[in-house]
Design a protein around this ligand. Structure first.
Ligand code: NCD
Length: 308
């Protein structure tokens, strides 16, 4: 069903297809530690033109754990991009070296363009402020693993909803799965209108916007926090106005959250979740990191292997 597919946006996937990825991820739990050689002979290329720790390394370790190999180009200075090569030519070159390309690029739409020129699957690992579909798959997997379901859950997405590609992808997917979505952000960092408008249409149980987390915190099953995406701001003054404008503290959680709340974060964290929160039973962000490997193993197997 997913063999040789490009993975550019969550919008390109049906709920059933996403469920296939989540179910296959469950199977990968068993081989996460020891690995196997089902993708032996296959090569994954990571092309990262903007910063990353988790996304690149988790794709690379996922491929290695399944017996495949990895080639990697990191930073635009290292690539012929620095000599003026365009993305289309880079892709028409790299596709000759590998069986799948994982691309992160600062420009929205870069992954879609790359897919047009590639005969091997292109996986979007983040294109500007637009989309980050594989982060969404691992976020959904984490929620499902912790809560047993997604439908009907009250999920708060909090922080820089304007520029955060993780929440742009995740909000859409949560809507597809019938969650109740609470968008929590300062006025300046609200979720783009075109995304909010489509959420109910796509299937969200409800969508509400809030300026503060405190009044809604006690109702939430999941609180998903992201940092202010400083590098996406076209105007540094705009950033100065909002920096430090929200913060999850231990006290806030202890006073207002339910015991069975889970707190998620795609990481990196800057100052929006204070370190004392890490010790609380609700914190799940480092579990997400582990789940990221499992889900990416599942995805690579579905795209390149014999799995159905
Ligand atoms: C996110 C990203 O790159 O969009 N990080 C990640 O992939 N885990 C979130 C962020 O940078 O804030």
């Amino acid at each position: 069903m997913l063999k040789n597919r490009h993975v550019i946006s969550v919008r390109d996937f049906t709920r059933e297809e996403i469920e296939t990825i989540l179910e296959h991820s469950e199977r990968m739990e068993k081989i996460y530690e020891k690995g196997d050689d089902r993708l032996s002979g296959k090569v994954l290329a990571t092309l990262f033109f903007s910063p990353s720790t988790r996304t690149r390394l988790s794709f690379e370790t996922a491929m290695l754990r399944l017996g495949g190999d990895v080639i990697s180009l990191v930073g635009k200075e290292a690539a012929s991009t620095a000599k003026g090569e365009n993305l289309a030519d880079t892709i028409r070159t790299v596709e000759k070296y590998c069986d799948v390309i994982v691309l992160r690029h600062p420009k929205e739409g870069a992954a879609r363009l790359a897919a047009e020129y590639s005969s091997v699957p292109v996986i979007n690992a983040g294109d500007g402020a637009n989309q980050h579909p594989t982060q969404t798959f691992l976020d959904l997997y984490t929620i499902k693993k912790e809560k047993g379901k997604i439908e009907g859950l009250k999920v708060g997405l909090m922080g820089d909803l304007k520029y955060g590609r993780t929440v742009h992808s995740l909000a859409y997917a949560l809507a597809m799965f019938g969650a109740e979505i609470h968008l929590i952000s300062p006025e300046e960092l609200r979720m783009p209108r075109y995304i909010v408008d489509e959420l109910v249409e796509v299937g969200a149980a409800d969508v509400e916007e809030h300026r503060d987390v405190e009044p809604i915190l006690g109702e939430l099953d999941v609180l998903y926090v992201i940092r202010i995406q400083k590098e996406m701001f076209p105007d540094p003054e705009e950033y100065e106005r909002v920096k430090g404008s929200y913060r999850i503290t231990r006290e806030l959680i202890e006073e207002h959250a339910r015991d069975d709340l889970i707190i998620m974060h795609p990481l990196p964290r800057v100052d929006e979740v204070e370190p004392e929160v890490d010790e609380l039973p609700q914190a799940r962000y480092f579990d997400q990191v582990r789940n990221g490997v499992i889900v990416r193993m599942a995805l690579l197997d579905l795209l390149l292997g014999d799995a159905e």
